[in-house]
Write a protein that binds this ligand. Structure first.
Ligand SMILES: *[C@@H]1O[C@H](CO)[C@@H](O)[C@H](O)[C@H]1NC(C)=O
Ligand SMILES: *[C@@H]1O[C@H](CO)[C@@H](O)[C@H](O)[C@H]1NC(C)=O
Ligand SMILES: *[C@@H]1O[C@H](CO)[C@@H](O)[C@H](O)[C@H]1NC(C)=O
Ligand SMILES: *[C@@H]1O[C@H](CO)[C@@H](O)[C@H](O)[C@H]1NC(C)=O
Ligand SMILES: *[C@@H]1O[C@H](CO)[C@@H](O)[C@H](O)[C@H]1NC(C)=O
Ligand SMILES: *[C@@H]1O[C@H](CO)[C@@H](O)[C@H](O)[C@H]1NC(C)=O
Ligand SMILES: *[C@@H]1O[C@H](CO)[C@@H](O)[C@H](O)[C@H]1NC(C)=O
Length: 815
């Protein structure tokens, strides 16, 4: 190894000796230099180092690194950020003591690497990762860099770059935004890792905290998927006494991506290069909503962006300041019952939270949760504790002082145990000294509860008037963990008139749906699940609780469930305007949906689906996206229904199923034929739905395909012939914006491509709908069933029989 390496070095040196400096090489040695106008290119041609001018007006010259192959603004590193050279006389070279220096015309140093060690044979190389490194080639250990640009990032975090601290040297690798698009000098937005006691990623605006990820390193961090979505990236975190950093790589090597700070939008953006469109796509951006902004809801306030108002005090807390006309959340919340450390406080568990700011926290690696609780209880200023490492379920963090910057997640986050007065705390949390007293109190309380219960029971029996339990009054003793309300069967039965047939709204893939009215007047939809699944009660409740956590304004809200022996029911909010098919396929009602409304509906469906696919922790594949599964609320906002059911009530493995639950005409070829479902099969169905909304026609399925062409085929023909606008529903022709419809048609054709990898993801679709990306030309779409596929696959027969049923049923499904 050593010998081979030296040979390699000698070879390179000889090369340089004889040829001098030449274009295209990726190194500078002590005898060569880089002057303005020339560049270093990494060996595989991905990155280039050289001089550039920023902006059109300024003449200043900067030394920087950019993607060689991308012409769109793409500078990933700048050496002399605030100190531009006034002319093109700049020279980059290695000086006598082995430092990399940038010299101006009069030989004054404009910028220098600050390597401490002197090198005997210094070589500067631009690596394929975009890292500019200075190393000593004589030492033989090429891996130890004397200096590297990855240690001094500017505004970009590239794959393979450590983001965080080298604690032994005090080196902090953090990002700062360009002051403006023309000025690489740092603006006031910066982002880095804070290592108080456990590491956290914090974005600053000047000296004020602006956004905090709230994750913990080396574990499944609560906020992390938003920064680095894990279907695309592998991310690792290291945190020990020497180092604390994050590092990531794209799963596909060819993906060109970086995260950078954008001063204009005050956010960090993850962008991915789209080769076909020759543009950058913004994959994610954060802070992404008001709830992300640091401390929005003050101390002990949690933020939930789907709620109105988004701020809420934690249970057991109340607003500090509230007047009749204004609510001031920045003041935060305070306890209903004050703490009393001497007499004995306890803890209450709060789930799915973003952990509070770690500035005043302490951690104990070896402790388990019980020891952690004792530790916190012992110290009167300790306000909360939690598990440090949720993956391994060990370690302990405790917080001192008021807790701030909490956020309520719907399907992520962690458990936090907050110190509460004895009255407000969970009951098992009692301190040794006061245990007896507390036990007595509990016993008394239980006695009271029991007597109340007994009395109520008798009263009820007497008057034969059983009170209904409704939302929010769920039976908490039975379901401590299940936050989802359980409805009594009598309540549901009464609400639906004993499931009378005139209350039946329709029949879906999983059973009939009834309309119900609770005694308080609230309207509900009740889905009576056919007993298709052999699931146990616990699994059923768990699954339903998971589905209930999926909350988005474009999803129908699950209110609760009801279990009566073998029978299981799901209770949803009622949608007065039925479903999309009720409008778009009806000759008179279609007039009610003009183009702006339809476009609004399209965008809503796309966002709802994106949430299912990507933003929720569960990664739901809907598998039955169709017009009748899109319900409409009072204001004609679309809400996707029936999500999560296929996942829950079907046996499946590895994205394959034996029972295809979709609806013919909407199904992707690979799903219909091989039972193979993925987010891309949903994209296909979405594409069909898009065509239907635009045209007001149903996509005819394969039954009639042999000679007539279906909607997809028609759309493709019109597209090829150059008059795609003929596809538009004549009723919306007047109200439509041509470019918008055209874009929608284009997108729909991309969604219904034969090969799933040719279809865009829902995140791209949302971007495309917003007009933010250029669209690639579609290939011929997948016509669901041509004669070839009919003959090839024998499993098709089975599919045909299930879907034929669902065809007739699905038409009536709206609730
Ligand atoms: C840079 O290298 C060129 C030859 O490649 C040489 O003529 C020039 O003097 C060098 N400049 C400096 C400042 O060393
Ligand atoms: C550069 O881009 C072209 C297309 O514009 C592509 O064919 C080529 O492979 C790219 N080269 C590298 C090194 O990425
Ligand atoms: C460029 O010119 C400005 C003023 O004209 C001066 O302040 C600055 O130091 C110069 N920069 C360099 C690198 O010579
Ligand atoms: C090389 O550059 C470094 C950094 O500017 C400086 O500290 C050092 O004195 C320089 N060495 C020589 C010999 O000029
Ligand atoms: C080189 O020029 C810069 C400005 O262009 C000036 O500040 C500096 O003093 C000059 N150095 C020498 C050695 O002349
Ligand atoms: C930290 O650095 C010291 C000194 O180099 C080394 O002995 C120790 O093993 C390192 N610790 C870890 C966890 O790598
Ligand atoms: C920064 O954000 C602004 C506003 O959202 C956007 O117009 C601009 O293109 C972004 N800058 C870059 C380099 O993407």
């Amino acid at each position: 190894m050593g010998i081979r390496f030296s040979k390699f070095v000698i070879f390179i040196l000889l090369q340089l000796f004889f040829s001098g400096f030449s274009y295209g090489t990726d190194i500078i040695t002590s005898s060569t230099n880089l002057s303005d106008g020339r560049t270093l290119v990494s060996s595989d041609g991905s990155f280039e180092l050289g001089f550039f001018s920023s902006g059109s007006s300024s003449k200043g010259r900067y030394l920087g690194i950019w993607y060689k192959n991308i012409s769109v603004q793409n500078i990933v590193w700048v050496a002399n950020r605030c100190n531009p050279m006034n002319d093109s006389s700049g020279i980059l070279m290695i000086n006598n003591t082995g430092n990399l220096v940038l010299l101006s015309q009069n030989r004054s140093v404009v910028w220098a690497s600050n390597s401490k060690r002197e090198a005997q044979n210094p070589v500067v190389q631009l690596l394929d990762s975009g890292n500019l490194v200075l190393q000593d080639r004589i030492a033989g250990k090429s891996e130890t860099f004397l200096w590297q640009s990855f240690d001094y990032p500017t505004d970009s975090w590239l794959p393979g770059m450590k983001f965080g601290w080298d604690l032994s040297t005090g080196l902090n690798r953090r990002l700062s935004a360009w002051k403006s698009p023309d000025d690489p000098c740092p603006g006031d937005l910066s982002y880095g890792m804070e290592v108080f006691n456990y590491p956290d990623l914090v974005m600053w605006k000047g000296s004020k905290k602006y956004y905090r990820v709230g994750n913990r390193i080396g574990i499944a961090p609560s906020g992390l998927p938003r920064i680095v979505p894990d279907q695309f990236f592998t991310i690792n975190g290291i945190s020990n006494e020497n180092e604390s950093y994050l590092i990531y790589y794209p799963k596909t090597k060819s993906v060109i991506t970086r995260l950078f700070l954008n001063q204009t939008s005050s956010s960090a953006e993850r962008i991915i290069w789209n080769e076909e469109g020759r543009t950058w796509i913004v994959y994610s951006r954060f802070p992404s909503d008001d709830c992300d902004i640091y401390g929005t809801c003050g101390t002990y306030g949690t933020c939930l962006n789907t709620a109105i108002p988004p701020c809420q005090c934690l249970k057991g807390f109340k607003l500090k300041s509230q007047s009749w006309h204004s609510v001031d959340w920045s003041q935060g919340c305070m306890r209903n019952n004050p703490l009393n450390c001497q007499k004995g406080d306890g803890f209450k568990k709060f789930g799915a939270l973003k952990m509070p700011d770690a500035a005043h926290s302490w951690l104990f690696k070896g402790m388990d949760l019980n020891e952690c609780r004792v530790k916190c209880l012992e110290d009167c200023s300790c306000m909360a504790y939690a598990t440090l490492d949720i993956k391994e379920d060990r370690g302990c963090v405790i917080w001192f002082g008021d807790l701030i910057d909490l956020k309520q997640f719907q399907s992520a986050g962690q458990d936090l145990y907050i110190r509460m007065s004895a009255a407000d705390s969970d009951h098992e949390e009692t301190k040794g000294k006061t245990k007896m007293m507390a036990t007595l109190i509990i016993a008394a309380a239980i006695l009271v509860v029991i007597s109340v219960f007994v009395i109520t029971y008798y009263i009820c029996r007497k008057c034969r008037n059983i009170e209904e339990r409704e939302i929010g009054q769920s039976n908490e003793r039975q379901n401590e963990d299940l936050e989802l309300p359980l409805f009594e069967f009598v309540v549901i039965s009464k609400a639906t008139n004993d499931f009378s047939s005139d209350k039946k709204l329709g029949e879906g893939g999983f059973g009939p749906v009834y309309k119900g009215t609770l005694s308080n007047g609230r309207e509900i939809a009740v889905k009576r699940l056919s007993s298709i699944s052999g699931q146990g009660l616990v699994e059923f409740k768990n699954e339903v609780a998971l589905i209930a956590k999926l909350q988005h304004r474009n999803l129908v809200k699950l209110l609760g469930c009801c279990i009566q022996e073998e029978e299981k029911m799901l209770i949803y909010e009622f949608m007065p305007n039925k479903s999309l098919d009720y409008f778009i396929f009806d000759d008179t009602r279609r007039n009610l949906l003009d183009w702006p409304r339809r476009f609004h509906i399209i965008c809503g469906i796309a966002r709802g689906l994106l949430y299912l696919h990507q933003d929720s922790r569960l990664r739901i594949i809907h598998r039955d996206i169709k017009a009748s599964n899109v319900l409409l609320d009072n204001e004609m906002n679309p809400k996707i229904s029936d999500f999560g059911l296929a996942r829950t009530f079907e046996e499946q493995s590895d994205g394959r199923t034996n029972r295809v639950v979709g609806t013919y005409g909407y199904m992707a070829p690979e799903y219909a034929i091989h039972g193979q479902f993925s987010v891309k099969s949903d994209v296909f169905s979405f594409g069909i739905l898009l065509l239907e909304i635009i045209s007001g026609k149903k996509n005819r399925g394969f039954y009639h395909l042999s000679h007539s062409v279906n909607l997809t085929g028609q759309a493709w023909r019109l597209w090829k012939e150059g008059h795609p606008l003929e596809l538009i529903d004549s009723f919306v022709k007047e109200s439509c914006t041509q470019s918008e419809v055209l874009r929608c048609i284009h997108i729909s054709l991309l969604c219904v491509q034969q090969q799933s990898e040719d279809r865009p993801s829902m995140s791209s679709v949302v971007l495309m709908l917003a007009g933010e990306t250029e669209l690639v030309q579609p290939k011929e779409p997948g016509f669901l069933f041509d004669e070839k596929t009919l003959q090839i696959d024998s499993s098709f027969a089975m599919f045909e029989s299930t879907s034929r049923n669902e065809l007739s049923l699905s038409e009536m499904e709206p609730r």
